[in-house]
Design a binder for this molecule. Structure first.
Ligand SMILES: Cc1ncc(COP(=O)(O)O)c(C=O)c1O
Length: 393
C-alpha cells in the first residue's frame, strides 16, 4: 500500500498546487454525531440506527467513538495552523481561498474549475442531487446495502422509487445486475465506491467501462467519499470518465482521510451543465468558512500527513482484524476506515451492550444476518472496543 500511495501523494507534494478549505456546522444532534441527517430520519431496510439510539449515543459517555467513519488521526498540524491563522482575516468572505482550492483540484484532476463545485462537506452536494433528480420522479438504482443519503431522500421526499440491487456473494456492488435494472424510467445510477457500509470496492477497469456505457443511458453518480483510503486513488477513481466528457458525477469529501468531518469541506466533479443545473439547489462554496477553506487548501497538498493517517488507520485496522479473529468472528476485508462483520446476536442489543461499555458502533441487517460496522479509531479506542467486545462476543 505504502509504495503505491506514495506516488500519488508524492505527485501532490511535488506539484505546485496548494489548496485549502472551509467549514459549517448546523449544530444539530446529527452533526454533533457526524452522522448523516438522513440516517436519523429514515431507516432503510438495511440500516438500522434509530433516532432514539442516536440520542442515547449523544448522551452516553463515549470512550470509543467508532460509529461515524471519522478520522481521529486528523486534521493535520498544518491544517490546524492554517485554521488559526485564517481567523484574523475571517471577517472577509473567503472567495480567493476557495477559488484557489477549486483551481488546485481542477489542476490535479486534469479538469477545468467549471467542472468542480465545492460544498460544506459532500453531504450538501449529495442533497442537491437528491432534489435535481428527485424532481424527475422515476427510479434510481443502487447497490444494497449502500450509503443511504441519496436513495433514502429521493424516495422520502420525491416520487422516486428505489431499485435496490443486492451485492454479490463477496459483498461487492453487482454492476452487471445494476446495469440490467435500468429501464426507461431510471433517472439516476448511484454507485458508492468504496461502498459504505461494506468497505468493498469494485474493479477499477470494470467500473470505468460501466460508467462509460451506463452514462450514455442515465447519469451516473459515483460517491468516492472513501477513495483516499485505496491503494491508488487516482487509478481507482472514475474521474477520467468526466475528462472524457461522460455524464458522470464524482463526489469527494475532506471528512474522511483528511480528518475534516467537523470542518465541512467536499466537492462535486461533473460536466459543467450538470453543475449549472444543481447550482440553484445548494449554496456550494458559499457555505464554506474562511477557516475551513484555508485548512483544506493546505491539507489537499499534505502528502506526508495523508500517508501517516493511512498508516495509522491500517495499524488500527489490523489490530481490529486480529481481535475479531481471536474471538472467532469473520469480517469483510475493508478498503476503508471501517469494517463490517457478522454478529451472533440481535444487532440492536449488540449496539446497546457496546454502548453500555462506552463504545459506539452501528449495525445493519441484510442477507438474514445482523452486522456490526466499526469505524477505525485510535489504537486506544480499538483496545476499548476489544475490552467491551470480549465481554459480549
Ligand atoms: C459514502 C458517503 N458519502 C458521503 C458522506 C457525507 O460526508 P460529508 O458530508 O461529511 O462529506 C458520507 C459520510 O459518512 C459517506 O459515508
Amino acid at each position: 500500500m505504502a509504495t503505491k500511495t506514495f506516488s500519488r501523494r508524492q505527485w501532490i507534494k511535488n506539484s505546485s498546487i496548494v489548496t485549502g478549505s472551509l467549514a459549517l456546522l448546523s449544530g444539530s444532534l446529527t452533526d454533533v454525531l457526524a452522522v448523516p441527517t438522513s440516517l436519523t430520519k429514515y431507516v432503510s431496510t438495511t440500516e438500522t440506527m434509530s433516532g432514539e439510539m442516536l440520542r442515547r449515543q449523544a448522551m452516553a459517555e463515549i470512550k470509543a467513538r467508532l460509529s461515524a467513519n471519522e478520522n481521529p488521526f486528523g486534521p493535520s498540524e498544518k491544517a490546524k495552523k492554517a485554521l488559526i491563522e485564517a481567523i484574523n482575516k475571517s471577517y472577509q468572505y473567503p472567495m480567493k481561498t476557495l477559488t484557489e482550492l477549486t483551481e488546485n483540484i481542477a489542476t490535479y484532476e486534469g479538469l477545468k474549475p467549471e467542472n468542480i463545485m465545492l460544498g460544506a462537506g459532500s453531504g450538501p452536494l449529495l442533497q442537491a442531487a437528491v432534489v435535481h433528480f428527485g424532481k424527475m420522479g422515476g427510479n434510481l438504482i443502487s447497490g444494497d446495502p449502500t450509503y443511504g443519503n441519496i436513495p433514502n431522500d429521493m424516495t422520502e421526499y420525491f416520487n422516486t422509487t428505489w431499485k435496490k440491487i443486492p451485492l454479490t456473494s463477496d459483498y461487492k456492488l453487482d454492476l452487471d445486475a445494476m446495469e440490467k435494472a435500468i429501464d426507461d424510467k431510471t433517472v439516476l445510477m448511484y454507485v458508492c465506491n468504496p461502498n459504505n457500509p461494506t468497505g468493498t470496492t469494485v474493479d477499477a477497469a470494470k467500473l470505468k467501462a460501466f460508467c462509460e456505457r451506463v452514462s450514455k443511458r442515465v447519469p451516473v453518480f459515483v460517491d468516492e467519499a472513501y477513495i483516499d483510503y485505496m491503494e491508488n486513488p487516482k487509478e481507482a477513481s472514475v474521474m477520467e470518465c468526466i475528462r472524457k466528457g461522460s455524464n458522470v458525477m464524482v463526489a469527494r469529501t475532506f471528512s474522511k482521510l483528511y480528518g475534516f468531518a467537523g470542518l465541512r469541506v467536499g466537492y462535486l466533479v461533473a460536466q459543467t451543465p450538470m453543475l449549472e443545473a444543481m447550482k440553484p439547489l445548494t449554496k456550494g462554496a458559499r457555505s464554506i468558512s474562511a477557516t475551513s477553506g484555508s485548512a483544506a487548501l493546505v491539507s489537499y497538498n499534505d502528502a506526508e500527513f495523508l500517508q501517516a493517517a493511512l498508516k495509522s488507520t491500517t495499524e488500527s485496522k489490523e489490530f481490529l482484524y486480529k481481535v475479531l479473529k481471536k474471538q472467532g468472528y469473520d469480517y469483510i476485508p475493508s478498503s476503508t476506515n471501517f469494517v463490517l462483520f457478522p454478529i451472533k446476536m440481535d444487532g440492536k442489543k449488540f449496539v446497546e451492550e457496546m454502548m453500555n461499555r462506552g463504545v459506539s458502533v452501528r449495525y445493519w441487517k441484510f442477507n438474514n444476518q445482523d452486522w456490526c460496522r466499526v469505524s477505525i479509531g485510535l489504537m486506544e479506542e480499538m483496545k476499548t472496543f476489544e475490552a467491551a467486545f470480549t465481554q459480549i462476543a
